[in-house]
Design a binder for this molecule. Structure first.
Ligand code: RP5
Length: 167
């Protein structure tokens, strides 16, 4: 079995309902995905070990989802030069705003590409990961282009139906 090129990690199994959207979207492009719960606060050693050898292991991009005082994406990014995409998870008293700010406000020098909060962000994280891997994979680039074309066609069709109703 080929080594997965994408890793999707998240701070708790309670994040799975959101992060499974990311994993499913990646699998829809026939990508193998390494999936693992690890926590910047609760299991920092594992996060460091994972990130430190991620490039050697063959990963090309890492998606990291976390909620509340979300430190996972930034902590992973601190120990690797691979691209890291952060997904802020909603939950807790602040509905994901806490996680969004924690994920997006990295100090200069250690970037995290941060997507939106929750399900939409999880899907976009997968698509962004696909576009990164597709930089050197023509077959994947073609699949991604097809996805985007079908999406555009679906919008055209929805507009056509709406225009019919408005007549
Ligand atoms: C974060 O704390 C996790 O990513 C999760 O979103 C949040 C709550 O974790 P649990 O208490 O549900 O395990 O680290």
């Amino acid at each position: 079995m080929p080594q997965p090129r994408v890793a999707v990690v998240f701070g708790s199994d309670s994040d799975w309902d959101v992060m499974k959207i990311c994993v499913e979207q990646l699998r829809a492009f026939d990508l193998d995905v390494h999936v693992e719960v690890m926590s910047a606060h609760r299991s920092p050693q594992r996060v460091h070990e994972f990130a430190r050898v991620a490039r050697e292991e063959g990963f090309e991009v890492i998606v990291a989802g976390a909620g509340m005082s979300a430190a996972l994406a930034g902590t992973v990014a601190a120990s690797t030069t691979l691209p890291v995409i952060g997904v802020p998870i909603e939950g807790g008293a602040l509905g994901g705003l806490d996680a969004l700010l924690s994920t997006v406000q990295m100090p200069p020098g250690v970037p995290v590409g941060c997507v939106g909060i929750g399900q939409a962000g999880a899907r976009n994280a997968a698509l962004l990961a696909v576009s990164i891997v597709a930089l050197h994979d023509a077959q994947l680039a073609e699949k991604y282009q097809k996805f985007r074309t079908e999406q555009a066609n679906a919008v055209t069709e929805r507009n056509r139906k709406l225009q019919d109703k408005l007549r």
